[in-house]
Write a protein that binds this ligand. Sequence first.
Ligand SMILES: [Zn+2]
Length: 377
Amino acid sequence: MRLGTIAKVPIGVHWSVLLILILLVAVLGTSVLPAAGGGDSALVYGSVAVLTALLFLASLLAHEIAHLLVARRTGVGATSVTLWLLGGVTELKGEARTPRAELAIAVAGPLASFAVSAVGFLLVTPLRGVPVARTAMIWLATMNLLLGAFNLLPGAPLDGGRVLHALIWHRTRDRAQADRRAAGAGKILGGLLVSLGAAQLLLWPATGGLWTIIIGVFLAVAAHTQLLQQQMRDALAGMRVRDVMTPDPAVAPGWIDIDRFVSSVASRSHQTAFPVVDTSGAPIGYLRLQAFQDVPPARRGETRVDSLARRLPPGRVLSPEQEASVLLDPPLTGDALAVVVEDGRIVGTVTGADLARMIQLIGLRRPGVSGPPTKSS
Ligand SMILES: [Zn+2]
């Protein structure tokens, strides 16, 4: 759900935030606020709980917007800011150019949370005559303090992981090494949180160990995926789609029947996936050999190839001169197919397997030897 835009960047909320909102209102309205001892009515507790929960979401947004604004100042654009189940995510366009810029972007969020927390604590005294408001303010200030502190834990993908990354990058001048070590720290941190959660569940079941376990698993998985994507991006840096594609693939004419296609094209090709073209040669989709198994043999002579074609998603029709990293947004996997078109003609295809093979080859390249590996040798 779109809330609006800040500095031309869309600010959105994922539906899972509704769960958080309900959970927060329930906890605040039934236990935190009544504990203030003001003896107010359920209606008062309910409305203050809703207001407090909304203010908390706004403070999550303030944290993300701080990242966004500092990123803009250091010349890194952002594509979106989204709130979801586990907090906020600011999607950046590319990488910070220097360790200093990365450090500034990373600490901006926690600093914003600490600032909100400080303002909250300053408001506690003026509110002392209204116990329910005072308690709500203490809760908000404490949550923001914890939020800032948690995000500074040193492991990717947390802000503290970015700080660690920036420091290692600054000291070693080796960004790839910083990637590996920040991701390693993220996995260790995730593992620690999972152990802590398990201990909580066994020893103090009332303290919500399950939540700690979920966050720990999320951190470890996110640290791992982030590292893989970064390594793929590094491997493909400077390469074009032309360098990765399989040139001059066999294509499936959409208007012929399956039997004819199998005897004239498929049986002479090593491909398992084919771009499907119309009579002008333009791509209209793709198909896998597997798809023919669903058609009974007796009907294969009268079923047209294009009736089995799958649609090519928008980002999967490419030009040979595009940067190869487009194949990673989102990553092309397995036998999913991208079609490379030049002057209205199909000049190549890329499958997830091609991409994985190319990344492995680049990994085997001897240091100091530059340029994409040649396919023929
Ligand atoms: Zn942050």
